[in-house]
Write a protein that binds this ligand. Structure first.
Ligand code: NAD
Length: 377
């Protein structure tokens, strides 16, 4: 049974069993009472997040700073793989976020690439938020939108922070043009990036055409279209050589771009899909990651570079280092940002969504989700 409540003052709908107080989640210090459990569907998530791109980039940057300051816990992700479905996986990302809005939790995200041929998105996810005082889960959120949003906000932050002090990228190239590419474009545009040219390359003609249509519709809807001239490339080399900002968002499992000469013009590369670039290209570039331990795992391109050289010296720093001014971004080299994708970002965005829905009074609280709360009945 669902009902609509506002949190904050809500003490739950004690429908009979006992008097255990149900409150909004607290801080690690308390209160030690059972929070109400809410389900937040994609429609509510989307309603909260749409149009708030600048705020979300600031939220994600703040979360990277907390992570850089050691005020988060982000243990390794757990990969569930299937021998009979080797291209699919489900990943668990447990995490704990400190700072002004503490929250613990878990993202559970599936990647089934064959979904795309059936007309449904590759990725699907839920996010569980846990109360830091009691450990009780207090919300389950649709999380494919949250995941795509935090990924795009992180990419927009990197595009901004890693290009300061370098020539402003005027030509963007999207290499792999699925849902993540669309979110990243939306965030780049909404945070003020303007391009003279936008290039598209995808192994799937349908994907490339779909993305082009999205770009054209986006341009029609905006008085100052951010994309400039749109070019659909059939040659991946041409896309890279004609882009100052290259966004990789493919589903490639192993490197397929091997020639460092394609990067002779030293673009900024957002290597969101993590496994497109051969170690030679990684080693020929300045490299920034979200978290070194996370990113040098699971056969990502930086991980392959580490295996090749036996060292991590090719990593120049994290985005948190750049935000804190601890490292400088070179002007005269290719710069690659490889974000493994941190669960704490999902918690930050998910916690924000929960707070906004609660404030609006529209939380779908599941009455009596937690039962039998007296120890001896
Ligand atoms: N690093 C992170 O934090 C993070 C977060 C979310 C998603 N991702 C990654 O982003 C990627 C894209 O996700 P999506 O949801 O947009 O997937 P999607 O399936 O919607 O789109 C992927 C696109 O890449 C294309 N493609 C596949 N191999 C290619 C190749 N070799 N060259 C060019 N195009 C190719 C496909 O045709 C498809 O259009 C995935 O690899 C996903 O794991 C990373």
């Amino acid at each position: 049974m669902t009902s609509t409540h506002s949190t904050g003052t809500d003490t739950g709908t004690d429908t009979g069993t006992d008097t255990a107080a149900r409150k909004a989640p607290g801080t690690p210090e308390g209160p030690h009472s059972v929070p109400p459990f809410a389900v937040i569907p994609g429609a509510q998530v989307q309603q909260v997040l749409q149009g708030r791109e600048r705020q979300l980039v600031r939220l994600v940057e703040g979360t990277y700073r907390l992570h850089g300051d050691g005020r988060t816990l982000n243990p390794p992700s757990y990969f569930l793989r299937f021998p009979d479905r080797p291209d699919s996986r489900i990943i668990a990302l447990p995490a704990s976020l400190g700072g002004p809005h503490p929250v613990d939790g878990l993202k559970w995200i599936s990647s089934f690439p064959r979904n795309v041929a059936a007309g449904i998105p590759r990725a699907s996810a839920v996010l569980i938020l846990n109360d830091p005082a009691t450990g009780y889960p207090y919300a389950c959120l649709e999380s494919s939108i949250i995941s795509a949003t935090r990924t795009a906000a992180s990419a927009a932050a990197a595009a901004d922070r890693l290009s300061r002090g370098r020539p402003r990228p005027l030509r963007v190239g999207f290499f792999g043009t699925g849902l993540i590419a669309r979110y990243i474009h939306t965030f780049l545009a909404a945070t003020g990036r303007r391009f003279e040219a936008t290039g598209i390359y995808d192994v799937s003609a349908d994907s490339a055409a779909g993305f082009r249509t999205y770009l054209e519709q986006h341009a029609e809807a905006h008085p100052a279209p951010p994309s400039g001239r749109i070019t659909l490339h059939t040659d991946p080399e041409r896309l890279i050589r004609t882009s100052d900002l290259v966004v990789f968002a493919t589903v490639a499992a192993r490197p397929h771009i091997t020639d460092p000469a394609w990067f002779a013009h030293h673009p900024l590369v957002l290597h969101i899909s993590l496994r497109d670039l051969a170690p030679e290209i990684v080693l020929d570039s300045a490299n920034f990651v979200d978290d070194v331990e996370h990113c040098l795992k699971a056969d990502t391109s930086p991980h392959l570079a580490e295996q090749r050289t036996g060292t991590r010296d090719f990593i120049d720093g994290t985005l948190a280092d750049v935000l804190a001014g601890r490292v400088r971004v070179p002007e005269d080299r290719t710069v690659i940002f490889s974000p493994f994708g941190l669960g704490v970002l999902d918690l930050a965005v998910g916690g924000f969504v929960h707070g906004e829905v609660a404030r609006s009074g529209e939380l779908n609280v599941i009455d009596d989700f937690f039962r039998d709360l007296r120890r001896y009945g």
